[in-house]
Every structure is written in C-alpha cells, then in structure tokens.
Design a protein around this ligand. Structure first.
Ligand code: NCD
Ligand code: ZN
Length: 343
C-alpha cells in the first residue's frame, strides 16, 4: 500500500545549532519543504540580525541538492521593542514571534516574566498581522504539571485574546482536550500545532516498565482521553490544526540523567509517525490536509507543489544517531519497527 501527498511542512522545529544542527537538520530537510524554526538557542534569537545569521547556518546544513526553507522566529522578551518587530516583519524571512513564559521549558529563562510587559511588541504584531506562537503553560510550581496548559488557557490566553482581538496566534504543541475545544470554538485567527508523539502516546508511555526519559517532553504527555481528543482534532479536517513536530533533540547523556532534559526527537521519522497515527483511526485520507495545507493557509504562504510518497514497508529505527562531534541522540522508537516509510 502506498499514499502520495503534497510535501508537508513542519510548523514547530528545534534544529539546534553548531555541530548538533548538522547532525539533525538532514532528517527534517528530507521530509519537509519548510520548517518554523524555534528561537530557543543559548543565547536566544531575539533580533532580526541574529535570525538572519541563524538562517544562514541552517541553510549551510541542508544536504546538497535538497530544497529546504527555514522560516525564522524571534524569541519574545519583556524588552522586545516595537522597532524590532517591524524590522523582523520587513525582513521577509522572520515569520512569527515565539512566547516562552520564563522558566517553562528548555532555554526559556530569558522568556517573558509577565505578558503585559510585552504590550508594545504585541500591539505591533497585531497591527502587522505577524503571528504570536505560544508555549502555553503556566510556570507556577503550585500548579500541577498536568494542568499547566489548561490553566494557561484560562488565565493567560483568554485575556490576551480579549486584549488583542486582531492578533494572530498559534498555540503550540497542544496536549489537552481543553485546548482542542478552545481552539475549535474560538476565532479564525487562533490555530494550533500538534506533535506526532502526543498523537501516539499517553502519559503511561513515560512509565512503561520503568522511567522512559526519551518520552519525556514539555508539555508532558497527558491521559488517554486527551490523546484521543488530539487525534480527533488532527484528523477532523479542521484547518485550525496543523502539523508541528516539536522535534527537540538532546544528547543522550542529558536525557538519561539525574535531572533529564525535556524533548522528544522525532525528525528521523516524523511523517511516518503521523501516518501511523492517522491510520489508527482510519483517517489517512485526512493526513495531507493536516500536514500540507493547514499550515501554509494559516501563515498565508503558498502550498507546496512537490509530492512525497509513503509506503507500507517495515523498517527498524536506529538505536542512536550521532549528535554533534561526541554525543549520541536517542530517537523516538529507537530499535523498534515502523510500518510506514517515506520513499
Ligand atoms: C523543547 C526543547 O528542548 O527545546 N523541549 C520540549 O520538551 N518540547 C522546548 C519546548 O518546545 O518546550
Ligand atoms: Zn518546542
């Protein structure tokens, strides 16, 4: 069995930098025509100049003969000036601005401490139609880790949308039924990305037979009811839901540690994981809309025209990939058999 779809894009990717970038980028470039590049480097990508330089480093890591376009984002801080938003918009290569509430995830310590501090940047984005991409979790240690997304929607996102009625927003890597319902019932200019791992796993996967650090990411996997709601949303054909892998590589020793980093690596088999998820609910015919149409339509970019072919053909995921010069990376489903293969 084989299916053909228009080449997909990844609307949420962490390709990292330096030697690590060279190791992981070819996986994404093989599958996706474009990717929305997250700015959480150290130091973060807070200016258009930094985004331009990072873009060049990404382009230099694209394998010869492969066409891949990095779509850049800026990292929003309490101090991002209005002018920087204007510059980013005019550049033509910065497509959005990413909001990390300070302290919620990997390299978010320079993030936003209180959203009202960002009013100048937000009102400029609203005026220019530049999307705000949100890591939607509160960072309050008193809030249960499994509730941080739904509490964020109520306490931060709803008031933000009310204050900025024209602001275009993507709630990134949604993980709950609350998020699905909220997106589906609100304005057109609010969309969401969904990862493959949140479509394939519930939180039991983190504890299957022991602690599984390579299945730990943020926002953390949730209960089965949430996974089912996400899969329904992705396969519904509703254009507000789009593919975003959140593929977030970390060196093996940083994951298998006393305090392991958050992030699942899925770029090596991203479209195959999504195909598996869609097939599980008999919705392979909806995969293309989710993977290849919703994103460009939301971002007002042209849809891709090239096609890719996926075939039912068993293959085994490698145990590790090299990650930079001296590190290893453990991909999702390491050593396991996958049934779909992009050819
Ligand atoms: C991401 C990373 O490692 O950069 N980690 C993750 O668990 N998803 C950051 C993020 O998107 O939260
Ligand atoms: Zn991410």
């Amino acid at each position: 069995m084989r299916i053909e779809i228009i080449c997909p894009d990844d609307w949420h990717l962490h390709p990292r930098d330096g030697e690590a970038l060279k190791s992981v980028l070819p996986h994404s470039a093989r599958q996706f025509a474009r990717a929305m590049v997250m700015p959480n480097l150290k130091p973060p990508v807070t200016t258009t100049d930094a985004a331009a330089a990072y873009r060049e480093r990404i382009l230099a890591a694209v394998p010869l003969g492969v066409a891949f376009e990095p779509l850049m984002t800026l990292y929003l801080t309490d101090e991002t000036p209005r002018d920087e938003i204007r510059r980013a918009h005019e550049s033509g290569f910065v497509h959005a601005v990413k909001l990390y509430p300070a302290g919620v995830t990997t390299h978010s310590d320079a993030g936003v401490t209180a959203i009202d501090r960002c009013e100048p940047a937000l009102s400029e984005m609203e005026k220019l139609g530049m999307p705000l991409l949100i890591h939607g979790e509160v960072n309050d240690p008193a809030v249960d880790v499994f509730d941080r997304e739904s509490v964020f929607i109520e306490t931060v996102l709803q008031p933000l949308l009310a204050r900025h009625p024209e602001l275009r927003v993507v709630l990134e890597h949604i993980t709950t039924k609350e998020a699905v319902d909220f997106i589906a019932s609100s304005r057109e200019s609010l969309a969401a990305t969904i990862t493959a791992h949140h479509l394939l796993y519930n939180r039991n996967a983190i504890f299957a037979g022991g602690l599984r650090p390579h299945r730990y990411c943020l926002p953390v996997l949730k209960r089965e009811t949430h996974r089912v709601a996400l899969l329904d949303a992705a396969a519904s054909g509703n254009p507000k839901f789009m593919l975003g892998t959140d593929s977030a590589p970390h060196a093996r020793r940083m994951k298998e540690a006393d305090c392991g980093c958050a992030g699942c690596y899925t770029a090596h088999a991203a479209i195959e994981f999504y195909a598996e998820a869609f097939e599980s609910v008999g919705a392979l015919d909806r995969l293309e809309a989710f993977s290849s149409f919703s994103g460009p339509d939301f971002y007002r970019l042209p849809r891709n025209t090239e096609k890719i072919v996926l075939e039912k053909n068993d293959w085994t995921v490698p145990q590790t990939f090299s990650f930079g010069e001296n590190e290893l990376l453990v991909p999702l489903r390491a050593g396991e058999v996958l049934h779909w293969k992009r050819i």
